[in-house]
Design a protein around this ligand. Sequence first.
Ligand SMILES: Cc1ncc(COP(=O)(O)O)c(C=O)c1O
Length: 398
Amino acid sequence: MSAAAEPTSPHVMNTYGRLPIALSHGQGCRVWDTQGKAYIDGLGGIAVNTLGHNHPELVPALQDQLTKIIHSSNYYHVTGQETLGSKLTELAGMSKAFFCSTGLEANEAAIKLARKRGHDKGIEKPQIVVYEHAFHGRSIATLSATGNPKIQAGFGPLVEGFIRVPLNDIEALKKATEGNPNVVAVMLETIQGEGGIHEMRLDYLQQVRALCDAKDWLMVIDEIQTGIGRTGKWFAHQWAGIVPDVMSLAKGLGSGVPVGAILGGPKAAEVFGPGNHGTTFGGNPLAMRAGVETLRIMEKDGLLANAEKVGAHLKSALQAAFEGMAGVKEVRGQGLMLGIELDRPCGVLLGRACEAGLLFSVTADSVIRLVPPLILTTAEADEIVALLVPLVRAFLAE
Ligand SMILES: Cc1ncc(COP(=O)(O)O)c(C=O)c1O
């Protein structure tokens, strides 16, 4: 197998540099390709497969739902939305949910909500503070909120109304917004995923919370990658002891079935009224069942504690293995969301890891990202380390 990306498929648009394999099935944290080769899954479908593959309780629940009703429409009540909404708001300490299908849709809803609240207060040109290196999606509005000129290139004009600031610098945030009556919200990821596993400091999150309170801005937290247990708490901002006004979720919420959501606290839950926002597929019965079962199984099987414990084990094993290795800048992240930053672009490792039977991704050109299923065991974490370290060592010695 070659490490090079496959030639463009004749009938699929060329939007991804794909590796030349296709996965056919999986079990737990292991997947197999169509040629029968096995891989340990350090990617979890990009932080999506919370419960791994072919979970013995999720699959029968989804099968049961398929025989009842898959999709009904938001013209009617969907009982699963109430069930999942009540569970999520309880876990988050927030008030109400809106359901959609993907991360960018959740962030679009959050941006619209923040703007609408501004308009309701008489602000005609609302502005939202966003961050350097942020990633919020690839629709035109979420791409505009994203802090990566490379992925914005070619899609201008971008949406106006965003103010960009550096991470972890409260003075910079205050300065960028000083005397500006149009600011309505601050939108951030607690750990930037696509941007290269950059963590917001807990005291910084608390400072932003206090500033949003003082200014009556919405604190919007994008937990699409960090949420649903990935860092060892239901939502990563909970490590800072704060509650956002709006939170966006997707990825791990449905364990592979597309589910997105925003949650709103008291300042945000009543902003939308009938006709303000909607989506055909959002919150359909199959998606809601996937969300409800994912959270139920996570709780029953103690997957938050597992993510924290196995994540800490994986991080310290990686730190120990890479200690003093020239070319490795840092091992960082929390729970089962880890990044290993090298001093050079390392996309070539993807194909080599694939050959060795390991899946992960590379973000921000030089950061190896591990976001495996939350059911990962310590033994599987050791397997990842055993496969990854020699690959990185050999690469850095070239
Ligand atoms: C933090 C964050 N926000 C938003 C998105 C966009 O989600 P989606 O790809 O489901 O649109 C992602 C996807 O990687 C993400 O990591």
